[in-house]
Design a protein around this ligand. Structure first.
Ligand SMILES: [Zn+2]
Length: 513
């Protein structure tokens, strides 16, 4: 049986989550739901990275204890499951989950046993925002390319990982698609990185510089394990790697697919460091590394640390789901963000997309069809005829949807996948206007009416079925509305996807109100 282990990255919890992370969660959730519907074994794994120095600095700035601070923010990340309707199977928190520390220690010892860890003095430029050293050549005018900040000069004795040793094997695994990196331009970027030469990288920090926060290096308590080493390890530690056993065999070693979803900023960690660590530890490498772009708001990357208070507010996934609904937020993320590329978010775009396609598209269709059946067919679901629907465009949209969705999701192209479902609603709404069931009823054409309504009901049912991985809530409502009871009657029509109102803006016309 096919089995898939699907992971999201574990975010730093130095602030509350933003919409960019919601994108990754929703994409992973769609893949998990889709594969479960195919009766595949799926484990959707997420969590939080609590052990970053960033968290320590943010807690100090906020004047509260580190554990208390990360607990509060971790709860805000893990709590996204409800407003976003996520079907996460397991969550791991790197600071508090007993599976994690023991697993990271085992990973460390496995790489040490392969002769891949050694101590040496090091001096380099470190960005705390990225939690990484930067070679001078990768800085933009002396500043971090991600954060625009001047990195710290750090000079200390650290443990290093012999990455250089794995360049050849890693290149081979990526070039022959044993590790499939999508989209293709990211794969080429990784190959170019490897070809430029892989230097060993520092995998520990002085315990003082880490402010005593993090996992101590086994047998060397003066050093703390580099937070990225620790964080990447979560993909294994969440499977009880520390003790080996059933979860590890089932979801890692024996899984058909090991799929990591991540943003482009952490590509090197996942596509170079992580597979090399796994090779060193004698574990299987991921089968798929899928990279998404960033969300921008008015052209600027939405991020926890760089946003103005207002920017954080408008792109807060809790706030958006609370105001506009889970379906609208998921639909925007899936429908408007191009594969692997950046997308600009505005509330107006979210509202417009939801009103055009959810309210006027799917919602209006189901409401019209069920109302027509109640008005002209006594509320009884028409018996499906062999050729229903007899409209070629609608029949094709229904027939082609499963194949198109499968192909698009295999390609991790969520926009193309949702397009295939949207086509059903679009074709069906056009068909209603053309077939004019109300005229067929007036003319007494019982057979024609039953055929038209049966085709339309079939379209609504297909929309409900195929929407399921993308909009689980809306899909359930559509399916309930379109499923006849034991007597063959459909429930009375209720609005399933009402129109939503655009945001009210302060400004002109409000003075004196
Ligand atoms: Zn940075």
């Amino acid at each position: 049986m096919t089995s898939s282990y699907i992971t999201t990255t574990i975010p730093y919890v130095n602030a509350r989550p933003h919409l960019g992370f919601a994108l990754e969660l929703v994409q992973a959730d769609v893949l998990a739901r889709y594969r479960r519907d195919l009766n595949e074994q799926v484990r959707l794994q997420a969590g939080t990275d609590d052990n970053s120095l960033k968290n320590v600095l943010a807690a100090q700035a906020a004047g509260i204890g580190v554990q208390e601070f990360v607990d509060a923010n971790a709860a805000a990340f893990l709590g996204l499951a409800e407003p976003l309707s996520l079907s996460i199977d397991d969550l791991i928190r790197t600071s508090s989950d007993p599976r994690h520390r023991a697993g990271v220690e085992r990973l460390w010892r496995a790489c040490a046993a392969s002769g891949d860890l050694y101590r040496r003095h090091y001096e380099g430029l470190y960005c705390v925002g990225c939690e990484q050293f930067y070679p001078a050549a990768e800085l933009a005018a002396g500043r971090c390319p991600e954060h625009g900040t001047v990195p710290d000069l750090v000079s200390e004795e650290n443990w290093f990982f012999r990455l250089s040793r794995y360049a050849g094997r890693l290149r081979g695994l990526i070039a022959d698609d044993t590790i499939r990196i999508q989209p293709a331009e990211r794969r080429n970027e990784v190959l170019a990185l490897i070809d430029a030469g892989l230097a060993d990288f520092s995998v520990s920090r002085d315990v003082e510089r880490a402010r005593g926060w993090g996992i101590p290096v086994p047998d060397d308590p003066g050093q703390v394990i580099y937070v990225w080493w620790d964080a990447l390890g979560n993909y294994l530690t969440a499977l009880d790697y520390a003790v080996g056993g059933e979860n590890l065999t089932r979801w890692w070693t024996g899984a058909s697919r090991r799929i990591h979803l991540l943003g482009k900023g952490v590509l090197r960690f996942h596509a170079v460091y992580w597979p090399a660590m796994l090779l060193s530890a004698g574990e299987a490498v991921p089968t798929d590394i899928v990279i998404h772009g960033y969300l921008t708001e008015n052209g600027r990357k939405i991020s926890k640390s760089s946003g103005s208070p207002r920017a954080i507010n408008t792109a807060d996934p809790y706030d958006l789901a609370g105001r506009y609904g889970t379906d609208a937020v998921r639909w925007w993320l899936l429908r408007e963000v191009p594969k692997g590329a950046d997308a600009d978010f505005t509330v107006d775009r979210l509202v417009a997309r939801a009103n055009d396609e959810l309210a006027n598209g799917f919602g209006n269709l189901v409401n019209r069809v069920v109302s027509l059946i109640h008005r002209y067919h006594d509320g009884l679901a028409p018996v499906a005829t062999a050729h229903a629907p007899d409209d070629p465009a609608l029949a094709a949209a229904i027939r082609d949807a499963p194949g198109l969705i499968a192909e698009a999701l295999e390609d991790f192209d969520f926009r193309r996948a949702t397009e295939a479902v949207w086509r059903i609603a679009d074709a069906a709404n056009r068909y209603v206007n053309r077939a004019r069931p109300w005229d067929l009823a007036k003319a007494g054409d019982r057979a024609g009416l039953a055929a038209a309504l049966s085709g339309l009901l079939r379209a609504c049912q297909a929309a409900g079925e195929h929407l399921r991985p993308f909009l689980p809530d809306a899909a359930a409502r559509i399916t309930r509305q379109c499923t006849p009871d034991a007597t063959g009657s459909l429930p009375c029509p209720v609005p399933l996807l009402p129109r939503i109102s655009p945001p009210v803006r302060a400004g002109h016309g409000e003075q004196g109100a």
